[in-house]
Design a protein around this ligand. Sequence first.
Ligand SMILES: [Zn+2]
Length: 443
Amino acid sequence: MGTRFRLFVQPPFEDPRSSPEIVEVSSPLGRVTAGPADDRMFVVKPVGKTGPYGLNRGPLGTPYMYLPPWTGKILEPATPDACGNFDYLRPSMAGFEAAHVFGCVRFTLDVWERYLGQPLTWHFRDHYDRLEISILRRWDNAQYGYGFLEVGSQFESDGRVLPFSLDFDVIAHEVGHAIIFSVLGVPHPEAEYPEYLGFQEAFSDCVSLIAAMHFPSVIDNVLAETRGNLYRANRLSRFSEFSPHRQIRSANNKRTMAEFARGWKDEHELSQPLTGAIFDILVDIFHESLVARGLISHAVEDLADVAEFDPAAEAPVQHAFDCAFARNSDGFVEALIDARDIVGTYLAETLWALAPDFLDYGDVARTMLAIDQDESGGQFTRIISRNFRRRAIGEMHAGPHLKGGEHHSHVHSARTLLPIDYLELPKMTFREKVLLSRSMGSQ
Ligand SMILES: [Zn+2]
């Protein structure tokens, strides 16, 4: 029997009506202890931790490597109830945040370990047994790196602080990076193409999207809102929009590689053609599955394709979907779950087959087509190749990195940092070391 947690699918600050749903994750009941903690990971809320892990600067400005474990004080951990569950914790209670972030990580891993066919082995296993999940309220970002997954908050101009620990999308996206590091790995610095960085972001967005589609409420709400016409803007196709990170990410976008051929500034933007292509593949597989089940006609499917470009076709398409959905909504649910699992499996298989050196989007497209050939004898070849071609993926490539985008780039800092990299850092003077250890000691 698994362990129960209460998770928000949509964070409460984004949708005030949302309430956390009870889910059961695979951790055996009774094996998750206070923290929460198990043999794979543990949550801490450090007291006095002033900065995130990664490359930091000492009191005199010398860069140094800051990695787990946190050895200072921590806030009271979340404890399980008498049976070993955490779902008794309500949002207003101390411990809810810690239980929530743990539950989100475990839930996302459960989904993706099924697609990957095996438990994830942390890429930092040489140095740490377990992932430290740390909640750093006063920091404005979220990151996964060597031995840690760290979540901060979104600071709004009206003074509100929106903790990422309550945001499933953000947490699941970081788990996506963990999966890439473990399964695909990091390229040698001289073999890193910009599209590897874009792939990191696109794949992580897909990890989050497909994990969210494992909440029955997400499937139900999406279908209730769209009646299966998934090109309509809806919560599935639009990653939540309150965060600046995600404002620039939208799965339902029309961007192509032509926009980036002369250069790019930010890997989140660069990820959009690929994320968009994968989302369109999911939608097309779903629509084709509706046709195969006799739920919509070929004519409606074709009209839905036209409506993408011709607004005049939108109303008749919606009307056709409304009628079809009313006739057999359960069939729509099954078709969407099928499409989700086909795309999830193809992405996982693609990740196993890729190599990080000189990786570009064309490799991703070719590999996915080969996987389709293997898995289904090429059932979705037309859909996959058409959607990659529309984005000029594999035909046009990202140009040079243009200055000005570094602020948002996190792949080159905390994420890819390895303990051995300290050799490349300048040596800190004894005086600065003393100052640093004093400032750490007072935390
Ligand atoms: Zn990311």
